[in-house]
Design a protein around this ligand. Structure first.
Ligand code: FAD
Ligand code: SF4
Ligand code: SF4
Length: 493
């Protein structure tokens, strides 16, 4: 039975009441892992509000008391920005929440965001000693949940970092996702003036247009952008670098001393099967952007109201596919099938996201490969031809590869298809800036230590370098690039 938020809070109170004063490692390992309170699945599919409700103070205190304060800090090695995890958790046990926030902020700018969306089970929590002792990564200390708790508890704390005296140097930051936000903040702190150029009409990159409100409330993203504005960073919306201004023009005509490119991987991939050009076939990017950024779910006020779907097929098994499927349910679809060619075990999405999707009523149509999308006489989707698969030998990714079963095709009726099989980098800057070397996938090639590209004074980080990766990896690269830009500008006349 899924526990209600009230049941979880009651459990926390009972555990706290019985906790001994001086906890031994054995006592700590015996404390049960606190579940994350969540909105009831039956209710939440009718709203866009956040699903995971966050720990209460009691729940956070119980979870924090499970940490063994390991001297060798294995969890820190799993955090791409190296947050001193045991130190911030220790502050929680002392109820020093602003102290905990300060520890986190030494390494990470966006704890309220990373605490929500980091794939912790494959990063910090993967290395947690408690998880290893209990032989279950899901039983590791809930580091991300505790990070979120601290950030939410201290939400009113809007301390602005100190800014060094003005240097007279100018830096352009292209794109406004997490890589750019992190880079812009650190460059600004060094006293340089910073302008962020964003192609869209809203800042935040995937945090704003991709990840749905029910996983990441947009007020948190807006608040971070507002903080950067207060630090003196300028934001220019609706500027498509490569079209409106090229990188060369920014440097040679507009006087920018250095440029950081954080343009992400926003170019959707398609399957190349017949019927992908039919009406009501969407890329997950388009579908989520319409919902998140253009508020298409708000029928009364949106200028771009939604296509009403009843039977939706989502192609793919990653986090983006889960986001698209769960969004489709909230937009009123009666049936949502997630069509994936391997088994549930091989799905690349986070376990928690798959569980949430299933709890909410999405169906997993596994070992199934779409081979054709069928249209009606008006060119609108009316069904998908699906071929059954079985699992073969492991491929380069280590996962067992899908093998199509000849003669197993069958057709299912759908009125909407959402293709979510991955993204590539947008080729615009590559095309207009041949000086920047790219690999065969179109990702920028950078120096691993400095994030500098092959063009002098131009740095890059995030998905444009890594391919579709994670928020925290993008932030880590943004910070690395900022450190190198600050060094470069010390020397530059
Ligand atoms: P982005 O966030 O992609 O931002 C790039 C920005 O650059 C965009 O705003 C774009 O409009 C702008 N831009 C592009 N070209 C130009 C140009 N020529 N001129 C000006 N601006 C330009 N990661 C996680 O860690 N956890 C998750 O739960 C998670 N969920 C995800 C869900 C979805 C639906 C998607 C799509 C991704 C998700 N990711 C998740 C991945 C994560 O969001 C990305 O790895 C991260 O946002 C990359 O950051 P970035 O700064 O490199 O680029
Ligand atoms: Fe873990 Fe992400 Fe927080 Fe690092 S930023 S400690 S990886 S949740
Ligand atoms: Fe605490 Fe786990 Fe890190 Fe050890 S590995 S310090 S138990 S969070």
């Amino acid at each position: 039975m899924t526990k209600t938020p009230e049941m979880i809070e009651q459990e926390a109170k009972e555990i706290l009441a019985k906790l001994p004063e001086n906890l031994t490692a054995k006592d700590r390992a015996a404390i049960p892992h606190m579940d994350m309170p969540a909105q009831d699945p039956k209710e939440r599919i009718h709203n866009m509000n956040e699903v995971a409700l966050g720990y209460t103070e009691d729940e956070a205190l119980v979870e924090a008391s499970r940490c063994l304060q390991c001297k060798n800090k294995p969890c820190v090695n799993g955090c791409p920005v190296g947050i001193d995890i045991p130190a911030f958790i220790h502050k929680i046990t002392e109820k020093d929440y602003s102290g905990a926030l300060s520890v986190i902020q030494e390494s990470s700018l966006l704890p309220s965001i990373c605490g929500r969306v980091c794939p912790q089970e494959s990063q910090c929590q993967k290395y947690c000693t408690v998880g290893k002792m209990l032989k279950d990564v899901d039983q590791a200390v809930g580091i991300g949940r505790l990070e979120r708790f601290v950030a939410d508890h201290e939400a009113a704390n809007t301390t602005i970092p100190e800014i060094a005296p003005a240097t007279g140097k100018k830096v352009a930051v292209v794109g406004s996702g997490p890589a750019s936000i992190a880079c812009a903040a650190d460059v600004r702190r060094a006293g340089h003036s910073v302008t962020v150029f964003e192609a869209l009409h809203k800042m935040g990159g995937v945090l704003s247009y991709g990840i749905p409100e029910f996983r990441l409330p947009k007020r948190l993203v807006d608040k971070e952008i507002e903080k950067l504005s207060v630090m003196g960073i300028d934001f220019e919306k609706n500027v498509l670098v490569g079209r409106t201004r090229t990188i060369q023009e920014l440097m040679e005509e507009d006087g920018f001393d250095a440029v950081f490119v954080g343009t992400g991987a926003g170019l959707p991939k398609f399957m190349g099967i017949p019927g992908e050009d039919l009406v009501s076939v969407f890329s997950a990017n388009e579908y989520l952007t319409r919902s998140n950024l253009m508020k298409a779910y708000d029928e009364k006020d949106s200028l771009t109201p939604f296509f009403h779907s009843h039977k939706v097929a989502v192609f793919g098994g990653g986090n983006v596919a889960m986001d698209a499927a769960r969004t489709a349910l909230r937009l009123g679809a009666d049936t949502v099938d997630i069509i994936y060619r391997r088994s549930r075990e091989e799905m690349p999405a986070r376990k928690e996201e798959i569980e949430h999707a299933v709890e909410e009523g999405c169906n997993l149509r596994l070992l199934s490969q779409p081979v054709e999308i069928l249209g009606d006489e008006n060119g609108i989707v009316k069904g998908v031809v699906i071929r059954k698969c079985e699992l073969g030998e492991p491929d380069a990714s280590g996962r067992r590869s899908p093998v199509e079963i000849p003669g197993s095709d069958y057709t299912v009726e759908y009125d909407t298809v959402i293709v979510s099989i991955g993204n590539a980098s947008n080729p615009l800057i590559k095309r207009t800036t041949p000086e920047i070397e790219t690999n065969r996938r179109g990702n920028f090639i950078v120096n691993e230590e400095t994030c500098e590209t092959s063009m002098k004074g131009v740095y890059a980080g995030g998905d444009i370098v890594l391919g579709a990766a994670t928020v925290i990896l993008a932030m880590g690269q943004g910070r690395k690039a900022a450190a190198a830009i600050n060094e470069y500008l010390k020397e530059k006349k």
